[in-house]
Ligand binder design. Structure first.
Ligand SMILES: [Zn+2]
Length: 95
């Protein structure tokens, strides 16, 4: 039997690695990947441009001030996409 654990809705106390992305032309959240040699490389999470500048670890509050959204999604708009989801959470807007 496989026991699965659900993530608990705890307050976010993490920090996020942010750096300037030349491809996006703005500060973005970065992520790590491994190259073919197994060496960690930091990339833009939006366009995969390698990050060569120093990263800054910022709080969720600071990150949200730059346009990101952290936390529970806001209440969906009534009506949804019209494609059957009825919740508006699918990301498709009807108008
Ligand atoms: Zn980018």
């Amino acid at each position: 039997m496989i026991a699965a654990t659900m993530p608990s809705p705890e307050p976010i106390a993490a920090s996020f690695p942010v750096a300037f992305c030349k491809g996006c032309g703005k500060s973005v959240v970065t992520g790590l990947t491994l190259d073919d040699a197994g060496i960690e490389r930091r990339l833009c999470v939006h366009c995969d441009t390698p990050i060569t500048t120093e990263i800054e670890w910022v709080s969720a509050t600071v990150l949200e001030s730059t346009g990101y959204y952290i936390g529970t999604p806001t209440a969906p708009r009534a009506g949804g996409c019209g494609g059957g989801c009825s919740s508006g959470a699918c990301g498709v807007r009807k108008n």
